[in-house]
Design a protein around this ligand. Sequence first.
Ligand code: NIG
Ligand code: FE
Length: 423
Amino acid sequence: MTVLYTGIDQLLTFAGGASPREGAAMRETGLVKDAAVLADKGLIVAAGARAGVARHPLAKKAEKVEARGVCLPGFVDSHTHSVFAEPRLKDFSMRAAGATYQEIKAAGGGIISSIGAVRKQAPKAMAEQLAGRAEFFLRCGTTTIEVKSGYGLSLDSELKMLRAVKAAAKKTPLEMLPTLLAAHGVPPEFEGNSQKYLDYVTREILPAAIAEKLAVFVDIFCEKGYFTPEQTRVYLKEAARLGLKPKVHSEQLSNYGGTRAGAAAGAISADHADHVFAEDISAMREAGTIATLLPASNYYLGLTRYPPAREIIEAGVPVALATDFNPGTCPCWNMQFVLSVACTHCAMMPEEALCAATVNGAWALGIGDRCGALTPGMRADLAFFDAADYRELCYYFGDSQCRMTVKGGDIVFGGGPAKRGTK
Ligand code: NIG
Ligand code: FE
């Protein structure tokens, strides 16, 4: 099927370069006014000025969609924990009453409190719940997400979570890339012995997930009370040797060394980075590791400290933005909210934030060569917004202005022309 999305007021193509964007290149949006995008068989064949795209030989027979508004590559949300059975409302009330994330964990909340319901949940119900959540992402203009396991922490339950991702992916157009996060915490069966648990993960869970081709990435939570930098380095290296791409939760609650450990293991991204110092930033730079910032989790936890995005960008490390959607630190799937927090609390420019949520998100998932930008040959994953200027996407917050989402050339949410000047 050939579709011409036309009459777009502002199109951000992010054209140029076949690598993650760093430094000033993060501000190059490839803005085209009065634009069109021509998609054929799920791929972009032309994107740019309306008149030029209309002259493409395939444009004549294309179905025409008058889109208007702002169009950008569908958001690539490269860090989510979208499989979980129940929200953590008790943790929420405790936090509202002033408890910190660490205090909530000490009182029996936190990651471990999510495992009971996950272990009990039937596989079919788990997959259906995830497929339902996929709709929320599509409604907000997100076309690809990464999904982690990590709330089972046993062989059966971790594999069940990853199988749920595979099963849910057949029920929704949202693309989901799976990550094994069995090293998310130490389950009660191994309490007080993180190494014994990690040995079990390495011996049992990791090979089983790989044998069933259930994961693309591997991740570990490197933090005091979870896993050490040395455990992180050794575990990620072993997982990489077996064929998974390493990621790491690092420097979220303290400066602990996870970012450097991840970089030493060749991590594709180091995520959170709230407490990174210059040496952590240099390690990412040297290893080609992307810094994935998750500032909506800082917002939700009521923290005053946010990741030092300016320092990271100025050091030449590519920055990606993601939601971190999860029941404990960020019950939010709306990338537009992340854009707002990134600009307001991390001093990112709107252009940088939009690049981080699209192009660099795609590179943080190793798929920047096929999505995240709108150039011929890339997948036709598009998000259309009710806005006259792309900066409005970072400016208005709390709601989504997404009017239509297109995945692989097909409309998967909304439709009809965007409205301008309605606010
Ligand atoms: O990215 N820090 C580790 N993992 C999640 C939180 C998980 C949870 O509390 O359920 C995060 O913030
Ligand atoms: Fe996370």
